[in-house]
Design a protein around this ligand. Structure first.
Ligand code: ADP
Ligand code: MG
Length: 602
């Protein structure tokens, strides 16, 4: 007996549905794209219970005839592609003719549609993909698609759905991307009876961006534009000061379609290479226009991953658009060098190459009496314990250059085994010790100190109740994480909640964290929670403490006061902190011998 059978159509639809319809958000995406393809300029999206019980998309597009309204639900039914030659020049959003069949097979669908010149419209009802009723309808021009009880007939899939809140946020994300990709379409979005947003549809990305993200985000964006080598790029990129802790605010649209692409991401980030700290990501809303034949959108069923025929040209377009935007930026305070003279060192000394000993995490871990520390060119040995206890007078044979009066070097009482000379490059504290100089990365050292203190403090750190809650925008994905982990945040010292759609409110925070740093801190912890789902509870807590310590620590690039420096130097000199929580060294030794050698004294 033959074992091979052709799958019955409804089984094939269910399988296809798994690819196209993952969750309510993907249904909304498909329905909105169909409306846009139908030439709609006004769209209303309404959902209830995160879209699980009810999704409605109404448009003023071309509508369908009674016949088309029924064939639209057949698998591979599409009006957008007649033969294989059409594939290359495709410019509409959908073309597989799968979406409606897939959606209908796992829900209850009601379609009301009417063509412009038609005296009456049609209503079609389906249950689990089977048409149950077709009747004339006195509906308005355009199309309304209602999808109810998604996955009611596929319990296995239903089980994979998150709670209504999470699914609703994913729908919000989908609406946002569609609205941004078509600023010429006015999108109104209603969630559980409440209007969440309403874009103007005036064709201007700027007004769309402003409506969807609010002034906070909008004011940190710079206009970007290029047109080279057949690749047109326009839109907005964030100023370095408005960078974020993750990539959720990077939106790329190719030929008005939201896409994900490593090439585009890399091109954007390359432009910020020298203006952002690691762990910071630029935000963008960039529209890339290329000939339709040069992009392959058919890589993934959900159609967000793309491939480019001329990868390099697309990369350059985005890279130069962002670079030019950054160059044009008027406010370049954060990139400019300080005017004032360095406090102590006069003249220029270049340290011989290979002349540094770095105290790295690796070298400490290796243990043993003698710890070899390898650097690029050279191999040094240093004693196991840094010994600064040798009595040390601060009057060397050759007098040190006199510090400027206002920058008097500070001495610690009684134990002048080292002295702070000053601060260089607003980043490194310079300390003179018996046999050389120690450079301390003040941020890394301080970060470690705070991290250790927070860890030692046990369950809940000291907190501050904020006079006014700090309210800030948060992506749907991060909001999801925040609301699902309120207890986790509370244990860290944050009282945080969803304030309104897309905005979070923090009423209480660890006392170490400045109010101004709260948004970044919370966003970064959310991002870590999302990416480290499998990590155990202790690791997750440590990761979050790292973030808090990093934000609370004095920052490189800001001048520090002497008392601040003293506390840090003391801690480093007593070997209490050796490397920052990320394993980077906090101190670097330059011996007198190395300096003497550089000056050819020895
Ligand atoms: P595809 O979009 O890939 O063609 P779909 O299953 O999403 O496949 O839609 C099937 C067909 O139904 C479309 O090609 C289009 O002709 C018609 N259709 C779907 N939604 C609408 C709408 N909102 N307005 C007009 N026609 C529509
Ligand atoms: Mg479609």
């Amino acid at each position: 007996m033959s074992k091979i059978q052709v799958l019955p159509p409804h089984v094939a639809d269910l399988i296809a549905a798994g690819e196209v319809v993952e969750r309510p958000g993907s249904v909304v995406k498909e329905l909105m794209e169909n409306s846009i393809d139908a030439g709609a300029t006004v769209l209303t999206v309404e959902i209830k219970n995160g879209g699980m019980t009810y999704i409605r998309v109404t448009d003023n597009g071309c509508g369908m005839s009674s016949e088309d309204a029924q064939t639209a639900f057949l698998r591979h039914a599409t009006s957008k592609l007649k033969n294989e030659r059409g594939l290359e020049a495709i410019s509409t959003l959908g073309f597989r003719g799968e979406a409606l069949a897939a959606i209908a097979s796992v829900s209850r669908v009601t379609l009301k549609t009417r063509e412009k010149d038609s005296p009456e419209g049609t209503e079609v009802r389906l249950e689990a993909g089977e048409i149950t009723d077709v009747s004339p309808s006195g509906c308005a021009y355009g199309t309304t698609m209602i999808v109810e009880n998604l996955f009611y007939n596929t319990p296995a899939r239903l089980k994979f759905m998150k709670n209504d809140r999470a699914e609703g946020l994913a729908v919000t994300g989908a609406v946002l991307k569609e609205a941004l990709s078509h600023p010429e379409v006015s999108v109104r979005y209603i969630r559980d009876g409440k209007e969440e947003c309403h874009t103007a549809g005036d064709g201007r990305p700027a007004s769309c961006l402003y409506t969807l993200f609010g002034n906070d985000v909008f004011s940190g964006m710079l206009p970007a534009e290029t047109d080279m080598d057949g690749v047109k790029v326009s839109g907005f990129v964030s100023s370095p000061g408005s960078a974020r802790g993750n990539r959720t605010h990077q939106f790329f649209f190719v030929n008005n379609r939201y896409v994900k692409s490593k090439t585009l991401q890399a091109a954007l980030e390359q432009a910020y290479k020298n203006s952002l700290f690691t762990g910071k990501y630029p935000a963008c809303v960039l529209y890339i226009t290329i000939p339709p034949g040069e992009v392959d959108v058919n890589v993934h069923p959900a159609k967000t991953e793309v491939r480019f025929l001329r990868e390099k040209a697309v990369f350059d377009g985005v890279y130069y658009a962002a670079l030019a935007a950054l160059d044009r930026q008027h406010d370049r305070g954060e990139l400019s060098l300080p005017e004032e003279k360095p406090p102590v060192m006069k003249g220029r000394v270049s340290v011989p190459s290979g002349g540094f000993k770095t105290v790295s995490a690796e070298s400490y871990r290796s243990g043993g009496g003698m710890r070899p520390v390898s650097v690029e060119r050279g191999f040094f040995r240093r004693p196991a314990v840094r010994d600064y206890s040798v009595p040390y007078t601060v009057t060397p044979k050759k007098p040190m250059p006199e510090p400027e009066p206002e920058e008097q070097a500070s001495f610690l009482p009684e134990a002048p085994k080292w002295r702070i000379i000053g601060e260089a490059l607003k980043t490194y504290i310079i300390v003179e010790v018996q046999d050389g100089i120690v450079l301390i990365d003040k941020h890394a050292a301080h970060e470690r100190m705070i991290f250790d203190r927070l860890k030692a403090a046990g369950d809940k750190p000291m907190t501050q109740i904020l006079l006014a809650p700090v309210i800030f925008p948060l992506s749907p994905e991060d909001m999801d994480v925040l609301t699902e982990n309120t207890d986790f945040f509370r244990e860290l010292g944050f009282e945080a909640e969803e304030f309104s759609s897309g905005r979070a409110a923090v009423r209480e925070a660890p006392e170490d964290v400045d109010a101004a740093d709260i948004p970044e801190t919370v966003t970064e912890i959310c991002e870590k929670l999302r990416s480290g789902k499998t990590a155990d509870a202790a690791t997750r807590r440590d990761e979050a403490l790292h973030t808090i310590a990093c934000k609370a620590a004095i920052k490189a690039g800001k001048r520090s006061e002497t008392p601040e420096m003293q506390v840090i130097v003391e801690s480093v000199m007593h070997d209490e902190v050796r490397y920052c929580p990320h394993g980077r060294p906090v101190a670097m030794d330059i011996t007198k011998a190395q300096i003497d050698k550089g000056f050819k004294r020895i």
